[in-house]
Design a binder for this molecule. Sequence first.
Ligand code: SF4
Length: 405
Amino acid sequence: MSLAVLNNTAAPLDPSALPPVQVEALYVHVPFCFHKCHYCDFYSITHQSPERMNHFVALLLREAEIWTRGPVTLRPRTIFFGGGTPTLLPIDAMSRLLAGLRERFDFSDVAEWTIEANPATVTLEYCRMLRSAGVDRLSFGAQSFDPRELKTLERHHDPDDVPRSIATARDAGFTRLNLDLIFAIPGQDLASWSDSLERAVALNTPHISAYALTFEPNTPIAVKKRLGIMQQAEESLELEMLRHTRARLTELGRPPYEVSNFAAPGEECQHNLVYWTGGNYIGLGPSAASHVQGWRWRNRPHLGEWERAVESSQLPAIDVETLSPRRRAGELAMLLLRLTRGLNFADFVARTGFDARAAWSDQIDRFSKTGLLVCDDHGVRLSERGLAVADALAGEFVAPGDDNE
Ligand code: SF4
């Protein structure tokens, strides 16, 4: 089968065309923020009224309804609410959403339910409501503990909001907590990054994500870079920061399990592991992505368009693709290489039908010889040197010709 964009704006995706499989992960995108951070390219909008948010929740539940009619069975093991700022939903609207999803799907297998939260917005009452509704993991966007760096990112919270939010979450009974951090912020040096990292680890969350700042096209920060107002960090500094992070968090019992994600044993984010191991997931809400057995699409990244599609009981899907087996295997190889455990040859052939050693013999051979990959009889993974070029190297496992095989 070839990879093809089957649908863009015309015919809606018909869920009955999808294979009858059980989907293990549910993502919900809440597209509201009270301010747009300057590096962010996620779909989110500001200044929305509680009425619009209430209407949004009612429509999310209608979108969920579409997935109760088969042939796909949504019986999630993991749930993730991202955004946007999910905790910006009024407490009663969030409560209705959580209960409404539970009524529509079988949640008896749910082993992890994460909600992203902004450190400036959570209250004890809100956290208690989430906890009692079954949410067991909160992820806070801390990004930096330096007020000047937060200003550069146009983040509207104060460094002291972070420990306060973590304490509030713990008071409400949460133990599974994540902090998101960003490094290689313009003007940041290794000492300042190290200071932010130490302030984060002092909060003792079992999970930390640390990503290098990326200048996504059309974000204000990318425009400032283009105009010469802001300088991107040198690659060598970025790499030094990544190496420091990996060494320090390993020393502190939270080793990397993915290039940018660190966890105490057993605290890895199971939802993200579904993405990174080629699993099936359904996304609800504007711009949310979905993947079901090689079918891939995203929801319309526009609140009004998404609303109109759902109001007419259609899936708000665009960019529907079916991936060729080779392409799917290549993308899976690419994701697995970012995991610390890497790609296990026996698992890979069992999942995809492709022997990775034969399918990518040239790449594996070349990059092992240059010390970017470590390969043995069982599998292949990135070396410490390979980390520096992780994205480029992983990209070598997907070629345009794969679409037609
Ligand atoms: S709070 Fe998060 S989603 Fe909202 S603008 Fe900032 S980075 Fe983007």
